[in-house]
Design a protein around this ligand. Structure first.
Ligand SMILES: [Mn+2]
Length: 366
């Protein structure tokens, strides 16, 4: 769909106009993909304020680039970004805006040598454009979420005493690929028993035991777009403290989801969930933000955290994922990916809907 990418480049040109730069040099590979459709490990894009954009990539991606981006001038060059910086000057640019949040000091020196033009910081202009998704993007995220939920439903029968965290991680990862994922969105987390107190525990050789809470955080990647979902389940009859902890996190997640409506301040969405956890005496056991945007990156703007300014807009996919982590004992995290909507019947659609485990109720496995 070259038209959609041309539209996105026009929106970047509008942002460029406010910076007084003659061209934008896009070097973040995810941003290049967003603006061209080309997924590669070496590419850059020059977007002049006036005139046609130029894509540079090396020979490994040349055929794909010609197929995916027939409307773009293409340079087949290994040194993609420096060649484009030089081209910008040749074509008369005096100020070239570059992605200062991702260019290293070494690459910046090479850009300065190649572009006798002045370099100006572009900031996160493309990341800002990426926050609000179009229908096609939302459909891809919804598909990634559906694959993730299906894989979870198909895998939980494998949660049995003696199965290790690593073994179960492989089961659910294989199920995601079988259900249609192109790749995994991130390294799967399986945290059992006391490991549940570590939010990003790396699955190890600990076998599941009756009495464990088990936190599973997984996601599929589908055509570049990510899903993110976490469920905490009980193996065997849970203790009262485990039921209480689950009930608290489930209530906080519900409050966070209900606060996630277009126009709401990001920090206030976080606070809706965090206040409940704080009131239960666990404020220091919830150390991370409530959630984050999801799209071509697994973690992207907007970030939902304490005191975050900015507001939720229509068509923004986010996660809502409160957790309470008790060192030495265990923890609970519950996470869904949802898309905030205005003008529809509901102010948000939850995309990670599982058959077997609804966030409201602790799933107890025998
Ligand atoms: Mn997440």
């Amino acid at each position: 769909m070259p038209e959609i990418h041309a539209l996105r480049r026009d929106r970047l040109r509008a942002a460029l106009a406010t910076l007084d730069a003659d061209a934008a040099l896009i070097t973040n590979l995810v941003n290049v993909r967003y603006l061209t459709g080309l997924a590669s490990s070496n590419a850059a894009l020059l977007v002049p304020a006036e005139g046609d954009a130029v894509l540079a990539t090396d020979s490994r991606y040349a055929l794909t680039a010609r197929r995916e981006c027939p409307d773009l001038e293409l340079l087949v060059e290994r040194m993609a970004e420096t060649v484009l910086a030089g081209l910008a000057v040749e074509r008369g640019a005096r100020w070239v805006a570059f992605e200062d949040h991702e260019v290293t000091v070494e690459r910046h020196a090479a850009l300065e040598a190649a572009a006798r033009a002045q370099l100006a910081p572009l900031g996160r202009a493309v990341e800002e454009l990426r926050i609000v998704k179009d229908d096609g993007e939302i459909a891809l995220i919804a598909r990634a979420c559906q694959i993730t939920a299906t894989a979870f439903d198909e895998s939980i029968a494998e949660i049995r005493p003696g199965v290790t965290e690593r073994e179960f991680a492989v089961v659910i990862e294989r199920a995601m690929i079988s259900a249609g994922a192109d790749k995994l969105a991130f390294d799967t987390i399986v945290a059992s028993g006391p490991h549940g107190a570590i939010p990003h525990h790396v699955p190890g050789d600990r076998p599941f035991e009756p009495g464990d809470l088990i936190t599973i955080d997984c996601g599929a990647k589908y055509r570049g777009y990510h899903a993110d979902m976490t469920r905490t389940v009980a193996l065997g009859t849970p203790a009262q403290w485990q039921r209480d902890l689950y009930g608290l996190v489930a209530a906080a997640q519900r409050a966070g989801i209900e606060a996630a409506v277009p126009g709401e301040v990001l920090g206030d969405v976080d606070m809706a969930a965090r206040d409940l956890i704080a009131a239960a005496g666990h404020v220091e056991h919830f150390g991370h933000g409530l959630g984050h945007g999801v799209g071509l990156d697994i973690h992207e703007a907007p970030m939902l955290g304490p005191g975050r300014p900015g507001k939720l807009a229509d068509r923004v996919p986010i996660t809502v994922e409160p957790g309470v982590y008790l060192p030495g004992r265990g923890g609970v995290r519950i996470e869904d990916t949802l898309v905030v909507r205005s003008g529809s019947s509901a102010p948000r659609d939850v995309l990670t809907m599982t058959r077997t485990s609804t966030p409201a109720e602790l799933l107890v496995l025998d």
